[in-house]
Design a protein around this ligand. Structure first.
Ligand SMILES: Nc1nc2c(c(=O)[nH]1)N[C@H]1C(S)=C(S)[C@@H](COP(=O)(O)O)O[C@H]1N2
Ligand SMILES: [Mo]
Length: 415
């Protein structure tokens, strides 16, 4: 009943200043300085959004063109399995050409293994058991835009994450077939995407994971996404999915897994890349790469998928149905609490069990709205270790990892 219209509810439309119905973009924008009281999570109003125009993809919010990075608006995270067209895109280099013969695509396994091998994708698919799981892929920089002062990199809100159904073979099965030596410590992953400079000898990025994570039964070499052949932009014909961890080790266009006797040192492993401050540093300070540690599992996070930020509700509305998703890296989400009074009081939402480990979890509730007027709805997820989302992005670091403040939307009940 009560939900009349969405006042150009999406952040994109708010930013465009389109449709100043009842509550205009200016009214919202002005109250949302990072240090202000109202902390609802709109993107900075100064930067107009650019929307993705790509065949097979929805109009995602483009954060950068070269390399291409685009995020999923919160109101498009309502599906239990993120459709391919709504799934975020994160590239560090250029997109390689589609292979003429996907089954002939070769993957090399070498380094600390008894039997180094080069296996064609077609053989890999038939030789090892195929498994499917619904699992999160989340960019290490998801939430970066919530840091103050601004941290370097793509200004993701909460849209650098999605939960797709991935089909592939277990990396563990392939590594076991190659015979992992006791000296194995870490993996180093390589993809076929050319470096931005066009220099094909330079990997655009090459990250890896500790051997234990590589052997975890949900870490997959994947060739299908939501039951379809992997799309080129998501790594066709074959990629890694290292669920729950920073997405950067989920190498697209996979060509090689180098099993190493030490922590991998490819591009994206050093400096401040995908690293957190070992001890807290002064926000905005230069920092020292020596005082950082590798970002591994992603922290607990929630996103409100319904209603959209900026929704205007009809006069007399007393109830608001709210939905969203929450996830927590290696851990399960145990609770999600909702506040409509800036964190003074909290009400637990219903949280569904995940279909399998590493899938996001649905939360839902019905809220009582005490009056007409402006409300912020805040959602705070807590994981199985008791770790909860902070009110603000803390533990500032130069490239902005680990920003997971409670999620927020704004609604206006007409009077
Ligand atoms: N070869 C290759 N693999 C890559 C990347 C890349 O730039 N090149 N980006 C990584 C990063 S940082 C992320 S978050 C995910 C994004 O995957 P998606 O574009 O399918 O959403 O892919 C990872 N795999
Ligand atoms: Mo990423």
């Amino acid at each position: 009943m009560p939900r009349t219209d969405i006042i150009k509810a999406s952040r994109r439309n708010l930013l465009k200043g389109a449709g100043a119905v009842a509550v205009g973009s200016a009214a919202f924008g002005a109250s949302l300085a990072p240090t202000g009281v109202a902390l609802a999570q709109g993107a900075p109003a100064a930067k107009g959004p650019k929307l993705l125009e790509m065949e097979g993809k929805a109009k995602l919010v483009v954060l950068g063109d070269k390399p291409l990075n685009a995020e999923t608006p919160a109101e498009w995270t309502d599906d239990d399995v993120t459709p391919i067209d709504k799934f975020f895109i994160r590239n560090n280099g250029l997109v390689p050409d589609a292979p003429a013969d996907a089954k002939a695509w070769k993957i090399k396994i070498d380094g600390e293994v008894d039997k180094p091998m080069e296996i064609a994708l077609g053989d890999l698919m038939s030789r090892f058991p195929n498994v499917s799981y619904k699992m999160m892929l989340e960019c290490g920089g998801n939430g970066r835009s919530f840091f103050s002062p601004e941290a370097r990199g793509n200004q993701w809100t909460n849209g650098g994450a999605g939960c797709a159904e991935w089909t592939g073979v277990r990396l563990a099965d392939v590594l076991k077939a190659a015979g992992v030596k006791p000296s194995a410590v870490y993996t180093g992953h390589y993809g076929a995407d050319p470096h931005l400079s066009g220099d094909a000898s330079k990997p655009s990025i090459s990250r890896g994971v500790p051997i234990a994570k590589a052997m975890e039964p949900h870490t997959l070499i994947v060739f299908k996404m939501n039951g379809q052949d992997l799309p080129l932009i998501h790594g066709a014909p074959v990629r890694l999915i290292v669920p729950g961890w920073a997405g950067s080790s989920s190498t697209k266009w996979l060509t090689r897994i180098w099993v190493r006797d030490k922590v991998h040192d490819g591009p994206g492993m050093g400096g401040f890349s995908y690293r957190l401050a070992k001890t807290p540093i002064v926000p905005g300070s230069k920092g020292d790469p020596k005082d950082t540690v590798i970002l591994e599992a992603m922290p607990v996070r929630s996103v409100i998928s319904f209603p959209a930020d900026g929704t205007k509700l009809a006069a007399g509305t007393k109830k608001l149905d709210l939905r969203g998703h929450a996830w927590a890296g290696e851990n399960e989400v145990k609770s999600v609490d909702i506040s409509i009074d800036y964190g003074v009081t909290w009400k637990p939402a219903k949280v569904d069990a995940p279909p399998n480990k590493y899938a996001w979890q649905r939360f839902s509730t019905s809220l009582d709205l005490p009056s007409a007027g402006y409300f912020e709805v805040w959602a705070k997820a807590t994981d199985s270790k008791g770790v909860t989302q902070p009110f603000v992005a803390g533990n500032w670091n130069p490239q902005g990892y680990g920003g997971n403040p409670i999620s927020r939307i704004r609604v206006l009940v007409a009077s």
